[in-house]
Design a protein around this ligand. Structure first.
Ligand SMILES: Cc1cc2nc3c(=O)[nH]c(=O)nc-3n(C[C@H](O)[C@H](O)[C@H](O)COP(=O)(O)O)c2cc1C
Length: 308
């Protein structure tokens, strides 16, 4: 019998539509103690920059009522380390491996993309949406022409499938999604964290040293779902839903809104094997409803007879 969970992000075939969100799964290999990485549809690496990056000073994490704020600021060991120390292990343990690219300038993104192009990867995810760095990051994701220019440049640097991770902190997400698709993106990841902040009322100052941070977790799911709905209605390329998944309802909601795959982020902190549980629940849901993941995708749009 064919696999009811089979999914695809363009040319990238997945045995299961569930994957981790970048930066919430360690480097990937730490989580191998909790879950066989082959159980994930794909493993997505943490953002990689050309050289090691220390990130922002602490405090850089704050718990909120239904999520958390982070201002990590792209801390990582750089592309050489990723290629030498992390990728071989991920490659050996996971079915599909996606690297996440970040930088402070177009040249940074181009350098990392070029370096990763020759590696044994299934796709590159371009993070144009980090809200926690002063230059680069979200600056590319909040301006349609800057996002398109960067995408076109990276498209010319690599034959690998290019997934672009959008920022939700914009007024017209559909316009940015269309610009990025036209510039050559193969898929859009929707979305990164929402810009937020918290204040220490005793010290009467912002809790994060960076003042603002990105909000993730259950609190953002309805916002992320709205973003997926808008983007899936604006583009033809595949959309990957991301934001606030804690259970199977959110996974199926993203699929019904038009996402072909779903990323799970900070839920990994409290439940490292969440993808195992959700895979079982998704399989049971498909069986109970006599359907498949491919059939679910976009179902809520069809109900409203929305063509695209
Ligand atoms: C601690 C932390 C670190 C993150 N680091 C990255 C990163 O390096 N690159 C990236 O593209 N997104 C990063 N993100 C954003 C997540 O990939 C995801 O888009 C976001 O957390 C929303 O999903 P969630 O609500 O399921 O956590 C990070 C999020 C958190 C909480």
């Amino acid at each position: 019998m064919s696999n009811p969970l089979a999914a695809a992000v363009g040319a990238v075939a997945l045995e299961n539509p569930l994957m981790n969100a970048s930066g919430t799964f360690g480097s990937g290999k730490e989580y191998a103690d909790f879950i066989d990485l082959r159980e994930l549809g794909a493993v997505v690496g943490k953002s990689v920059t050309p050289r090691p990056t220390r990130g922002n000073p602490p405090p850089r994490l704050v718990e909120t009522a239904a999520g958390m704020l982070n201002a990590i600021g792209l801390q990582n060991e750089g592309v050489d380390y990723f290629l030498r120390e992390l990728l071989p292990e991920l490659r050996a343990r996971a079915r599909v491996v996606v690297a996440n690219v970040a930088g402070r300038s177009e040249d940074d993104y181009a350098e990392v993309t070029r370096r990763l192009s020759g590696a044994n990867l299934d796709a590159l995810e371009i993070n144009i949406s980090c809200p926690n760095v002063k230059c680069g990051g979200m600056a590319f994701g909040t301006d349609a022409s800057a996002a398109a220019r960067l995408t076109a440049r990276l498209r010319a640097e690599t034959p690998l499938p290019l997934w672009v991770k959008l920022s939700p902190n914009v007024t017209d997400l559909a316009a940015i999604a269309r610009a990025v698709e036209q510039a050559g993106a193969d898929a859009l990841v929707v979305a990164n964290t929402f810009l937020g902040m918290a204040i220490d009322i005793e010290k009467r100052r912002p809790l994060l040293a960076n003042v603002t941070g990105g909000l993730s977790g259950a609190a953002i799911h309805p916002l992320a779902l709205r973003c997926v709905w808008q983007v899936a209605g604006a583009v033809k390329c595949p959309v990957i839903g991301c934001g606030g998944v804690t259970g199977i309802r959110e996974v199926i909601g993203f699929l019904l809104a038009g996402a072909t795959a779903v990323q799970i982020g900070m839920s990994h902190f409290s439940e490292p094997a969440i993808i195992r549980r959700l895979t079982g629940e998704l399989r049971a849901w498909c069986e109970a409803h006599q359907t498949t993941v491919r059939e679910i995708v976009g179902g809520a749009r069809e109900k409203l007879q929305i063509k695209n």
